[in-house]
Design a protein around this ligand. Structure first.
Ligand SMILES: [Zn+2]
Length: 151
């Protein structure tokens, strides 16, 4: 990426923002030579993504469904809707970069969990309980205990 001011070919990325609606990445850059700042946009080519579910059936990835599942886990946890949108953005960005055509629902779930774990422990536990489909109550409390031991 050449600096539009001085032509120097090393620029530092200060900030990257993914926009789902516009389907692009906006990057704020700074020239390492003249320190001028400018913005670039990268268009993402999305290939339709199939989600492979636990029972082996496939369906087309739906952002709406993903958001809904995170919303359920985050209900009354005080997490802003904006944060949930950003989680979806992060995941979609990752899918588009890896240019995968198929992804396991389990993989999506694990990604959501790893993000929630750092944001909100209650939302994390809730998502985990749905994700793992605990067959017995003890299993749930076992996980809960393991988690509290982390502190
Ligand atoms: Zn420059």
């Amino acid at each position: 990426m050449l600096c539009p001011y001085c032509g120097y070919d090393n620029t530092k990325v200060l900030e990257s923002r993914f926009s789902c609606e516009k389907n692009n990445i906006r990057r704020r850059r700074e020239c390492e030579n003249c320190k001028q700042r400018f913005t670039t946009y990268e268009k993402i080519e999305l290939t339709p993504l199939n989600v492979i579910k636990k029972n082996g059936s496939k369906e087309v990835y739906s952002r709406e469904k993903l958001i809904k599942s995170i919303n359920i886990a985050c209900n009354k946890c005080g997490i802003k809707p904006q944060i949930i949108q950003e989680i979806a953005d992060r995941l979609e960005l990752e899918f588009s970069f890896s240019s995968k055509k198929e992804v396991h629902s389990r993989f999506i779930g694990q990604k959501v969990l790893s993000i929630l774990e750092n944001i909100n422990k209650i939302a994390y536990i809730r998502y985990l309980s749905v994700f793992e489909e605990f067959s017995r109550e003890e299993q749930f409390f076992e996980k809960l205990q393991n988690l509290t031991y982390l502190h």
